[in-house]
Design a protein around this ligand. Structure first.
Ligand code: 0O2
Length: 266
């Protein structure tokens, strides 16, 4: 297959990766902007490198002409979560999306691999619009915690280094660290509510401050500078008290003040 053909074949996969990454990131933003805890911590996407496609086809005895049909992970999305519980929430989302048709699920969290690998895999069909019309292709979505991602990234690079098998003493250490990650994930799950509460409070406060600053900026169009300096001083005073309720009240009062100025202007 010549390079030009490779580019044409991989282009829709890149489009799928770009679109899905953006969609999952938007979901994460929607959560945060509405002051709710997001089960999605980070979204990563990649199209498999040509060298890796060739390698996998060779390993599995797949004819290159059949790679789109036989390989599930030419387009790959990785969703990183903070807690194991979040993984199942994200899986549920994916199952209910109208733009993705789940065709296979592999739960390597409940059924950890021999290597120690843990992750939830989904193979789904996704349609992209191209110049030649709609094209439905397969996407592999891996959902895992920050800890699982740390472990598999390290282990993956060692797999690359030791092409003919990771030496036993390293494999043993890797397995032990996978067990340590399992303990870490379980420990974090135990204090999940506490962590979520604290992150929510942080997000809520950040949203209120953004609203206040936006309102003050808008006031420049209506109020005089002395008035604005007074409002800003008031804001800094309340901000230094570190009281979210007071900040919220101030934000509401500011809305009323802005409304008053706008009415005067009309
Ligand atoms: P890469 O470079 O990440 O793309 P398949 O390999 O998909 O044809 P299989 O083996 O049933 O068939 O799929 P599986 O087990 O679901 O694995 C698919 C992907 O999961 C792998 O893709 C890895 O990304 C990841 N994975 C699976 N097992 C392990 C493991 O033991 N360690 C690590 N670090 N990752 C794993 P590729 O193509 O192997 O690699």
């Amino acid at each position: 297959m010549d390079i030009k053909l490779w580019k044409n074949i991989l282009r829709p996969y890149q489009q799928a990766v770009n679109e899905l990454t953006l969609k999952f990131e938007s979901l994460q933003r929607e959560y945060r902007e509405s002051g709710r805890y997001s089960p999605i911590e980070q979204v990563l996407g990649r199209v498999k490198k040509i060298s890796s496609i060739l390698e996998k086809c060779q390993k599995k005895g797949i004819d290159i002409e059949q790679m789109e049909e036989k390989l599930d992970d030419i387009a790959g999305i990785r969703i990183i979560c903070q807690f194991v519980e979040d993984i199942y929430k994200v899986v549920e989302f994916i199952e209910n999306r109208s733009d993705l048709e789940v065709i296979e699920e592999k739960d390597y969290i409940k059924n950890q691999k021999e290597s120690g690998y843990r992750s939830f895999h989904i193979i789904a069909k996704y349609t992209v619009e191209t110049l030649d019309g709609p094209k439905t292709l397969k996407v592999e979505i891996q959902v895992r915690t920050l800890g699982m991602n740390f472990w598999s990234t390290i282990e993956h690079s060692l797999q690359y280094k030791y092409k003919h098998g990771i030496p036993e003493h390293i494999r043993e250490r890797l397995y032990n660290s996978a067990e340590a990650i399992l303990t870490l994930d379980n420990e974090m799950s135990q204090i999940r509510e506490e962590i979520m509460d604290s992150q929510n409070s942080f997000n809520i406060k950040a949203n209120i401050i953004a609203e206040i600053l936006n309102s003050i900026e808008n006031l420049y169009a209506y109020a005089n500078s002395r008035e604005i300096v007074k409002i800003q001083d008031e804001f800094f005073k309340i901000y230094s008290e570190n009281d979210s309720d007071k900040l919220e009240r101030f934000s509401k009062e500011l809305d009323i003040v802005a409304e008053g100025y706008r009415a005067q202007k009309l």
